[in-house]
Design a protein around this ligand. Structure first.
Ligand code: TLP
Length: 344
């Protein structure tokens, strides 16, 4: 059966050049700071994002955890979106592992946190309150239609943070999708950020890994936090080698994923029993609603799955489809055919 797997861009397989680079990588013990390939990747990311230093970690979840635990101590408070990946999908790790208190602000449909809502959430000095340390933004915003947050907005949050002596962390798991969609360099989006997570293992197709970047002092403290979380890796240059290929060969082509996502969204808008506004789709993430009575997202996903089309239910009637480099324009045509047949 023909399979089109749209559940996530994390499903991407490493490319042939990645496998070659991995088998040929020069490696050393990275806990000793002696893996040349990891060091190269870290320098590459830092430079690309306009930061002083960077740290290779096993996952986006660990990148976010390390960043928050580096900025905050126990009892400190983080302001973040109620739809953010950190709040929604990371098991409350910031509280469980970091003793950090989350203070949520409602995300707007475009993933932004209104400045006046952020400002209202900042604690003033009062013996009853936790101390606000950090604001977290997510770009692109996964649960908000994969929306890219523009540079002007990112800068305005940075300025607000400075005014109150706060730090800013950007969960940029898909930062390069945002940069491509907005036609700007990724570094412009994170110019005001104190720390940034980028994921290599989503649309950029590396098998494993994320990179945190920030200033030198931040990264050396983050290196200690990575170790206590069990993320100190040894000959991890094998993995970093694939990440280097991600950054050199896989960024510009993200545009193709955005074109395919838009095409999928426009096609789904014409299918009876679904609701979607294609104009909401700006990157590679497509959310849609199942509107026919009795057809829940679970039922629809299972029925489509039986026909080889894999999508992810993300709510009782909400589903997600994500395009990536292993999904072609022809796969989108096929996917739309199957949707029409299943919902006829
Ligand atoms: N997101 C995954 C799932 O966890 C939902 C996906 O399929 O989209 N930040 C953002 C914005 C993410 O979307 C993800 C992964 C992460 C962080 C965590 O990355 P990993 O999975 O590497 O820990």
């Amino acid at each position: 059966m023909r399979i089109v797997d749209l559940r996530s861009d994390t499903l991407t397989q490493p490319t042939p050049p990645m496998r070659q680079a991995m088998s040929a990588a020069n490696v050393g013990d990275d806990v000793f700071g002696e893996d040349p390939t990891v060091n190269f990747l870290e320098e590459m990311v830092a430079k690309r994002l306009g930061k002083e230093a960077a740290l290779f970690v096993p996952s986006g979840t660990m990148a976010n955890m390390v960043s928050q635990m580096t900025h905050c101590g126990g009892g400190d408070e983080v302001i973040l979106g109620d739809q953010s990946h950190i709040f929604f999908y990371e098991q409350g790790g910031l509280s469980a592992l970091g003793g950090i208190h989350p203070h949520t602000v409602a995300n707007q449909p475009d993933g932004k946190l209104p400045l006046h809502h952020i400002e209202a959430a900042i604690r003033h000095d009062d013996i009853h309150f936790p101390i606000t340390r950090l604001i977290v933004l997510e770009n692109t915003h996964n649960r908000c239609n994969g929306s890219p947050l523009d540079a002007a907005y990112m800068h305005s949050v940075g300025k607000l943070a400075r005014r109150y002596g706060l730090k800013v962390h950007v969960d940029g798991a898909r930062l390069f999708n945002a940069a491509i969609a907005l036609g700007v360099e990724a570094r412009e989006l994170v110019a005001e950020a104190d720390s940034v997570n980028i994921c290599l293992s989503k649309g950029l197709a590396a098998p494993v890994g994320s990179v945190v970047s920030g200033n030198r002092a931040f990264i050396s403290k983050a290196r200690r936090v990575r170790k206590v979380l069990g993320g100190g890796m040894r000959q991890s240059g094998i993995l970093a080698a694939a990440g280097i290929v991600s950054l050199t060969e896989m960024v510009d082509r993200l545009e193709d994923d955005h074109v395919n996502a838009r095409k999928l969204a426009e096609g789904l808008a014409d299918v009876n029993g679904l609701s979607i506004d294609p104009d909401d789709v700006k990157t590679n993430i497509v959310y849609f609603q199942a509107t026919r009575k009795g057809i829940t997202s679970q039922i629809l996903a299972e029925t489509l799955g039986g026909q080889g089309i894999r999508v992810l239910p993300t709510g009782p009637d909400r589903l997600r489809a994500v395009t990536h480099y292993q999904v072609t324009s022809d796969d989108i045509d096929y996917t739309l055919d199957v949707f029409s047949r299943v919902l006829k």
